[in-house]
Structures are given as structure tokens and as C-alpha cells.
Design a protein. Structure first.
Length: 131
């Protein structure tokens, strides 16, 4: 029996925690004006910024789901930047990110979009229609 998989999983978890602590430390070291400016640039409130820092902190799941369902991310970003910002914000603050990541990694995330996805309604509308 090999321990490679559990060791790799543990390393990945440790790396996520180290990155999370680094980002939280960086965020907490900002002065009030800079935090406010950052929140404004991200189109979130300062409370949402804090929530984002405490949760998954990235929208990797969104990118993977958009690829899975056949949405051109670059084109969507170009055509609908506000929509992409909203999708990213929702994804970043999602409390089900671990389940999403697990399902995506396992190839079990449905092209019909999982019920727990905070962006499911919008993502279903964005799916290209079959010819």
C-alpha cells in the first residue's frame, strides 16, 4: 500500500492553509483606506472582502465549471465583465467550495450544474445550446 495519495492530499491542504494565512495577514495589514479601495475595485463590501478571505479565496471552481459546460471564459469576460465579476464574487464566497472541488476533481460535476452551486441558475443560462 502506498502513501503517496494521502501525502499529496495533506501537502495540498497545508499549502492552501499557508496561502490562506498569508492572504489574511496581508489583508489585515492594510490600512482602512487601502482595504476600502480594494473592496471597491473588487465590487464588494468590506464585509464581503473579509468573507472572501476567510473562505475559498479563489474562483477556480467557476473557471473549471465554465470550461466544463463549454463557455468561452475570455469572451464572457469581454462581453459581460460585470456578470463575470458577480459570478466570481459568488463563487469565491461559496460555502460549498470543498464539495465543488471534490466533484470537479472526481469528474462527477454534472454539465447540468450541481444543485449546491451558488451560480447554478446563471450558469445554466450561459450554457451553449446544442446544434
Amino acid at each position: 500500500m502506498t502513501l503517496d495519495a494521502p501525502i499529496s492530499a495533506a501537502r495540498a491542504k497545508i499549502a492552501r492553509w499557508v496561502e490562506k494565512f498569508r492572504l489574511l495577514s496581508e489583508l489585515n495589514s492594510l490600512d482602512a483606506a487601502t482595504r476600502s479601495q480594494l473592496a471597491h475595485e473588487l465590487s464588494v463590501s468590506e464585509a464581503e472582502l473579509e468573507t472572501m478571505a476567510n473562505l475559498s479565496m479563489n474562483a477556480e471552481g467557476l473557471e473549471r465549471v465554465l470550461d466544463l459546460i463549454g463557455v468561452d471564459r475570455a469572451q464572457l469576460e469581454k462581453d459581460e465583465p460585470a456578470l463575470m465579476a458577480d459570478l466570481r464574487r459568488s463563487c469565491t464566497m461559496c460555502r460549498d467550495w470543498k464539495e465543488c472541488k471534490h466533484d470537479l476533481d472526481a469528474g462527477a460535476f454534472s454539465k447540468d450544474i450541481e444543485h449546491y452551486c451558488v451560480n447554478s441558475d446563471i450558469l445554466r443560462q450561459l450554457r451553449p445550446t446544442p446544434n
